[in-house]
Design a protein. Structure first.
Length: 345
């Protein structure tokens, strides 16, 4: 688990006054040269041409007023036109708005007329929006950086999209668990968040269960709550299940699709011989039918909710593990059933 720092998983008025006095003196002198300057704009930003036009309009208005005041003039008619034109324009605008609103309401077929359509522009990624054609190039590039790279774990919803490494470290005690726990797989330098890595005892081609580990990163270190396996915490709430139940493992030559079946907390005991309560050894790569049935029975007792997806003998599945905030004696476990395999290249 990354924990807080401790463990990761200006006065120019005088000059202006002098300048103003000089300008005033020059203006009062009224030199011929000053009076004939072709100023296109006056101080308030109005065009000189506009001002002349304004004077002409004033004169025209006065003439019209005098004409309206003459006996037999058509002043009242002019006044009526001035009143009716804005009213007609306003009526047209209101009519257009009403028509627009009615058309919009008609688009909500079969719905409540008072329903307000969503204005959100956010779209949830899905299998149709994930461009799997780009992954062969990504795979090749990442493998050149580190030969322990094996692929990507990608959620349809986009909450997790992480590269994975796999190191068995034959002949070295627990190297597969410790090598990438606090190591960046690209730089091979120390990193509090470490890397997402596959259990060292897994055979990616043949194992029934593939366990993948990723740190949970505390909010003080990652305010976005998106790093590593932190987003798995969303799955504790059933309301987040439907939007996040599918993910993919993208390997060198194929894409495997998984549907989440169980979400639960595994209880640690502190006993190195039997570290998990009730024998729930979720990281096993192979199971007898009895072992799997016992495991699933125990999981169903502690799962957060029933997803409606079951894992049975003969199924292949993936187990995702991350830490639980402020609880060193539990781990969040997400078990997902393999539902489809497609070729990548």
């Amino acid at each position: 688990m990354i924990e807080d720092n401790k463990d990761l998983l200006n006065d120019d008025t005088s000059e202006d006054a002098d300048t103003n006095e000089e300008v005033t003196e020059e203006y009062e002198e009224g030199t011929e040269e000053f009076d004939t300057v072709d100023n296109t704009r006056i101080f308030d930003g109005t065009d000189v041409e506009d001002e002349v036009e304004y004077e002409e309009e004033e004169e025209l208005a006065e003439d019209e007023l005098e004409e309206d005041e003459e006996p037999g003039g058509n002043g009242p008619k002019r006044d009526m036109k001035k009143i009716l034109i804005p009213v007609i324009i306003a009526a047209i605008i209101i009519l257009v708005v009403l028509i627009f609103v009615m058309l919009q309401g008609g688009g909500n077929k079969g719905g409540d007329a008072t329903t307000t359509p969503s204005t959100s522009t956010t779209t949830t990624p899905s299998a149709e929006t994930i461009d799997f054609s780009k992954y062969p190039e990504i795979w090749d590039a990442n493998y050149e950086i580190n030969s322990d790279y094996v692929g990507e774990i990608v959620f349809e919803s986009g909450i997790i999209d992480q590269p994975m490494v796999h190191y068995s470290g034959e002949g070295i005690p627990n190297p597969g668990y410790t090598k990438y726990e606090r190591t960046d797989w690209k730089t091979m330098e120390y990193s509090e968040e470490g890397s997402v890595f596959v259990d060292p005892y897994v055979d990616l081609a043949n194992s029934t269960n593939i366990t993948i580990y990723g740190h949970y990163v505390y909010e003080s270190l990652d305010p976005t709550r998106t790093h590593m396996f932190t987003p798995l915490a969303l799955l504790i709430d059933e309301e987040n299940y439907e939007d996040n139940k599918y993910f993919y493992i993208v390997l060198e030559n194929e894409v495997r699709k998984y549907e989440i079946a169980y979400v639960y907390y595994a209880q640690l005991t502190g006993d190195p011989i039997q570290p998990l309560a009730n024998g729930m050894n979720y990281m096993l790569t192979e199971w007898t039918d009895d072992e799997l049935n016992y495991y699933i029975d125990e999981v169903e007792k502690v799962q957060f909710y029933d997803t409606g997806v079951d894992i049975e003998p003969g199924d292949k599945f993936v187990t995702l593990q991350t830490c639980v905030e402020n609880d060193d004696m539990r781990r969040e476990i997400v078990v997902a059933k393999e539902v489809e395999v497609t070729e990548l290249r």
